[in-house]
Each structure stands twice: as C-alpha cells, then as structure tokens.
Design a protein around this ligand. Structure first.
Ligand SMILES: NC(=O)c1ccc[n+]([C@@H]2O[C@H](COP(=O)([O-])OP(=O)(O)OC[C@H]3O[C@@H](n4cnc5c(N)ncnc54)[C@H](O)[C@@H]3O)[C@@H](O)[C@H]2O)c1
Length: 250
C-alpha cells in the first residue's frame, strides 16, 4: 500500500529538479500526478517516466505566472482525475541575474515575484475551491532557507520567498476550517541540474551545508510526508531540508 494511495496531486515545475523527483516519488506512493510545467517536453518526460513505472500522470504545459494558464491546468487535472487533493507549488528558483539590491536589474525583481510569489498565490487561489469540494486537502509551498536566515546575494528572490512563507501561515489559519493544511518547505542547497550550474563548490552555502548539499529526492521525501495523512495535524509550518545551514548561520 502506498502512502498516497487515492490522492490526486498537482506539482508545479514538475519537469526538473525537486519537482520531478517529487512527482516520481508521489506516483510511486500511489498518487495520480498532474505535472504543471513551463517546458512541455519536460512535463511529458516526467509523465512518461511515471507511466513507465506503472503510475498515472498527466503532463500540463503551464506558466504559473499566468492566471489563464493555471486555471486551465487545474481544470484539466480535475477533469482527468475527478478532483484535486494536494497542490505542491514548487515552480521557481533564483537566477544568476539576481544579486545585491543596488545592482540587480529591476526586471529580475518582477520576474521572481511573478513566478515564485504570484505563481504560488495564483495556484493556491484557483485550487482552493477544489480542495474544499473534496472536504479537505493539502498545499505545499516552496520557500527557501534564504527566507529564514540572512544570506547575501539574491535579494529579489529572498523577498519573493519571504512572501511565500508569510502567505503560507495566513492560508493555514484561514482554511483549516475546511480541513486544508498549508505548509512550506525551505530547501537549503539542493543540487538540481539548474543549481549545479549556478553554485560554486567554494561558496559559503556549499561549504556550510554540514551534511553536504542535498539531492532533489531529499526534499521530495518531505513533500510526500506533507501530502500524506501522516501529516494530518501539521499546518502553518515551515520545514527546512537544509543540511544544517540554518543552525550554523542562525
Ligand atoms: N535547488 C535549490 O538549492 C533550492 C533552494 C531553495 C529553494 N529552492 C526552490 O525549490 C524549487 C525547485 O527548485 P529546483 O532547484 O528543483 O529548480 P529547477 O530549475 O531544477 O526546476 C524548476 C522547474 O520549474 C519549471 N518552471 C520555471 N518557471 C515556471 C513557470 N513560470 N511555470 C511553470 N513551471 C516553471 C522549470 O521549467 C523547471 O522544470 C524552486 O521554487 C526553488 O526556488 C531550491
């Protein structure tokens, strides 16, 4: 028996990195998985990998920053699977254009606010009626260790992820009466392919990850727990997977 048997999960950004690892693991645990991903070929590849392993998945080319796109993806997932139990807002990530507040391009601020914060806001807003209709459910948001401790060098992204954290707590309180749990995961340094290309092994974040940098699957395991009924009394929390970074830098 899987830990997510019978559950229907939508994962944004499920085509790569943490989102792909979570999609595969959720399917392995019995969930049917909708992959709302910007790059259609990556969405298809994740769905194909799930199908090849005997699971059920739906690839949905989606831009989380666009209302119509998110609404269409949620509608398609509900039409195919019959409802929605879990929304995992994973799409996002810092880019090499971010930096010091006095130097980073202003359009990079709006890009990350639009994808990481507004994208999360939108998907929560549009999924909520479906979770209510199922009599409860779970939302997993993605913040970052950067929203919990002071780190230099990604000021736009840090601001966006701080907003995600605050939103998570507010939604948890407001929607508990409907049986909807809302939590956030705060990854530290996770070696997705994107991050491997960005991070210097000599950097402070790398060197100070006490157990070494995490792999995408390390975060996916926490997502499975938060999506499952094992976490039925867990809401409004932020759970780091940070290899000790928070303890070292706090
Ligand atoms: N990797 C890390 O070290 C780290 C640390 C802290 C937080 N995080 C967060 O974890 C999440 C996943 O990170 P990752 O390293 O696995 O990233 P990644 O780049 O490997 O994967 C992100 C996926 O999201 C998709 N995506 C991007 N914009 C999108 C959009 N507008 N709509 C739909 N899909 C979109 C990408 O195509 C990609 O497939 C992000 O929110 C990131 O901020 C990651």
């Amino acid at each position: 028996m899987g830990r997510l048997d019978g559950k229907i999960i939508m994962i944004t950004g499920g085509g790569a990195g943490i989102g792909r690892a979570a999609a595969l693991l959720c399917a392995q645990e019995g969930a049917r998985v909708a992959i709302a991903e910007f790059r259609p070929e990556l969405a298809e590849a994740t769905a194909a990998a799930i199908a090849a392993a005997g699971g059920e998945a739906l690839a949905l080319p989606t831009d989380v920053a666009e209302e119509r796109s998110v609404a269409a993806a949620i509608a398609a997932a509900v039409a195919r699977f019959g409802g929605l139990d879990v929304l995992y807002n994973n799409a996002g990530g810092a880019t090499g254009r971010d930096g010091k507040i006095t130097e980073l391009p202003l359009d990079e601020f709006w890009r990350t606010i639009k994808v990481d914060l507004f994208g999360t806001f939108l998907a929560c807003r549009l999924a909520m009626p479906h979770l209510v209709a199922r009599g409860g459910g779970a939302i997993i948001n993605t913040t970052s260790v950067r929203a919990l401790i002071g780190t230099a060098g990604a000021d736009a992204y840090t601001a966006a992820k701080g907003g995600v954290l605050a939103l998570t707590r507010a939604l948890a309180l407001q929607w508990a009466e409907h049986g909807i749990r809302v939590n956030a995961i705060a990854p530290g340094l996770v070696l997705s392919e994107r991050v491997r290309g960005l991070v210097d092994p000599g950097s402070a974040l790398y060197r100070r990850s006490a157990l070494g940098p995490a792999e995408p699957a390390d975060v996916a395991h926490l997502a499975v727990y938060l999506a499952s009924d094992e976490a039925r009394r867990v809401t409004g929390t932020v759970l780091p997977v940070d290899s000790g970074l928070g303890a070292l830098l706090a």
